[in-house]
Design a protein around this ligand. Structure first.
Ligand code: ATP
Ligand code: LTN
Length: 339
């Protein structure tokens, strides 16, 4: 391992199939940074069960997600890819950090409030203490940066607070990480409701694109995307406040093609939405096509995926166990055999 490299850590819950939102907001940045950083990316299955999951679906999606990470371009030789529950240090560190996360700060988490509102019959303890588990995920690997979408910024800030609190008591144990949030694409909105985030566990399928969707389904969803009542020249214009639907489509188009907003406005200066929406759809189809094809191929090779999981867990455990041991010593736990 090249110790001079900065460290990146991030995870995605296998609570649904990956969306265009998680691809643009998170994974695309992971790939861009894979050569420069020492990266740890995992399937956050421990986090996924804070919302009730069907066991067969959870199992299928967790393996699918690993195949999709690789298909998106994450080289398992260069990045440590693993399943969170395969590294027990996550659960152990999560418990410890629960004791350094305050009730008041956990109560203020927007994701907790949102998920509690959506799952009123299952506001469980795990949903509430979720950010302490997430802090553990990050701090175990001495992360410098946490590449995530905008919605996870608050959890990253809480991780910093927990790390600083712990360091304040025990000395410099944890590296204090920073969120790494892209300037464009950190919050992709639903195509059916541009005021709400595109999310994989939302039931509605009109506003959500999965990275494994077939081209015809992607095109249909884009053609139906909600925009506004402007027509004709100049209607393709970036203005998130007054034109949220169009601005969201421009963001997606920009991430798929690398074009700036000014270039997009120029390209569609005389076009209406009837031209613009299918153009965005086509750009997304082309961006996702190789990923879908490669992940379908990889899913056929279960032995390869099992080997990846085992190798990833072993590599991750080595680093995670070292940090956990250091923490156990600092807080005064007696280590087995005094070691
Ligand atoms: P769920 O609906 O189960 O809460 P989700 O679709 O919101 O899941 P996560 O697993 O929470 O997705 O997120 C994975 C990563 O992708 C996180 O870094 C998150 O910030 C990012 N992300 C998720 N949705 C979007 C989005 N719509 N726009 C940008 N980034 C996103
Ligand atoms: N909380 C994140 C998923 C997640 C994560 C992490 C992200 C769990 N552990 C560690 C970055 C680092 C979410 O809901 N998207």
């Amino acid at each position: 391992m090249d110790t001079a490299k900065k460290i990146m850590v991030s995870g995605i819950k296998p609570s649904g199939d990956l969306t265009l939102g998680s691809y643009i907001g998170a994974i695309k940045n992971w790939i861009a940074l894979a050569d420069e950083y020492d990266c740890y990316y995992f399937m956050a299955d421990l986090h996924a069960i804070t919302v009730r999951q069907n066991p067969a679906d959870l199992r299928r999606r967790t393996t699918n997600q690993l195949a999709q990470y690789v298909a998106c371009g994450l080289d398992p030789e260069k990045n440590t890819l693993f399943i969170q529950s395969h590294v027990p240090a996550h659960a152990e560190m999560g418990w410890v950090l629960n004791c350094y996360a305050m009730f008041g700060e956990l109560s203020r988490m927007t994701q907790f409030k949102d998920k509690s509102a959506k799952n009123a019959d299952n506001i469980n303890g795990g949903l509430f203490t979720y950010p302490a588990l997430m802090a553990g995920d990050i701090l175990l690997y001495n992360a410098d940066y946490v590449p995530v979408g905008e919605d996870q910024k608050q959890h990253c800030e809480l991780t910093r607070d927990i790390a600083n609190r712990f360091n304040g008591i025990y000395g410099d144990v944890f590296k204090v990480p920073e969120p790494y949030i892209a300037k464009v694409g950190a919050r992709i909105m639903s195509l059916a409701d541009p005021t709400s985030k595109m999310s994989k566990s939302e039931d509605e399928d009109k506003g959500r694109i999965l990275i494994t969707d077939k081209p015809e389904d992607i095109m249909r969803t884009f053609k139906r995307a909600i925009t506004d009542s402007d027509t004709g020249a100049g209607c393709v214009h970036y203005d998130p406040e007054n034109k949220p639907g169009v601005s969201n489509l421009m963001t997606i188009y920009s991430c798929a093609t690398g074009k700036t907003f000014a270039e997009i406005e120029k390209e569609f200066a005389s076009a209406g939405y009837g031209v613009f929406k299918p153009a965005v759809g086509e750009a997304v189809v082309e961006m996702l096509r190789p990923i879908r094809e490669k992940s379908e191929d990889l899913m056929k090779n279960k032995d390869y995926l099992n080997k990846l999981m085992a190798d990833g867990a072993e590599k991750a455990s080595r680093v995670a166990n070292r940090t956990l041991k250091k923490v156990y010593k600092k807080i005064g736990f007696v280590l087995p055999n005094g070691k």
